[in-house]
Design a protein around this ligand. Structure first.
Ligand code: CTP
Ligand code: MG
Length: 223
């Protein structure tokens, strides 16, 4: 089963229509993402959306029986948590994906699912390209060794009971994570395996990413 997140306001993208509903070559980003998820044959997909776009999103997926559209929460983590409420505490794998990444690689994602079956939790990631610095305001404090750094992507995959536990524990504190694998580590619930992904699995975040996305769709995606 899968959770696809599309309840963000896209503040950095800053357009009237939320970024996940913007189209690339005639198709909404969220629709491209869900169609790719369907290639993995999940039992069902829970799709979180903004309350003001609930009907529009339901309409967009009325032809896909396995998609259940629900209202998301104020933060990404709250959206995940609401979706997890509909999932039982089993060993089954839950795949969590940001709809803003429409070009995630299918084969690597299958590996991610397998890694989660074996180790509990796994995420797609790519080695970082840039030199990364840690700063205090505008003063650099350190340069972590780039060879140990990964840019974390989605899909991320977890045994259902594990990720449900992580979100239960999160409710007891005031912390806003940007993904789910970090929670598993934070609460020491399982190993988190890296499955090497693809650099073209970009997250549409800023307006320029929409232009990159169009090129990726035209030149790199042939599945
Ligand atoms: N998301 C969600 N519910 C929220 C916030 C985010 O379902 N309350 C989803 C977004 O729709 C997106 C994914 O989580 O597909 C990753 O979030 P991000 O890229 O940060 O999107 P936004 O939060 O919408 O963008 P921004 O942070 O710029 O406002
Ligand atoms: Mg966000």
């Amino acid at each position: 089963m899968a959770i696809v997140l599309a309840a963000g306001r896209g503040e950095r993208f800053n357009s009237n229509v939320p970024k996940q509903l913007r189209k690339i070559n005639g198709k909404e980003i969220v629709r491209i993402s869900v169609e790719r998820i369907l290639k993995l044959n999940p039992r069902f997909i829970i799709l979180t959306t903004l309350s003001d776009y609930l009907e529009k999103t339901q309409k967009l997926f009325e032809d896909v029986d396995s998609v259940k559209v629900i209202e998301g929460g104020k933060t990404r983590a709250e959206s995940v948590s609401k979706a997890l409420e509909l999932i039982k505490e089993t060993d089954e794998i839950v795949l969590i994906h940001d709809s803003a990444r429409p070009f995630f690689p299918i084969e690597n994602t299958k590996e991610c699912i397998k890694a989660a079956e074996e180790f509990g939790s796994a995420t797609l990631a790519v080695p970082v390209k840039d030199t990364i610095a840690v700063s205090n305001d505008h003063e650099i404090v350190s340069f972590p060794d780039r060879n140990k750094l990964w840019a974390i992507q989605t899909p991320q995959c977890f045994k259902a009971h594990l990720i449900k536990k992580a979100h239960e524990l999160l409710k007891r504190e005031n912390f806003t994570p940007t993904d789910d694998a970090s929670l598993v580590l934070r609460y020491n619930l399982s190993e988190v395996r890296i499955v090497v992904g693809e650099h073209h699995n970009i997250k549409v975040t800023y307006p320029a990413d929409l232009a990159f996305a169009k090129v990726i769709m035209e030149e790199l995606i042939n599945e």
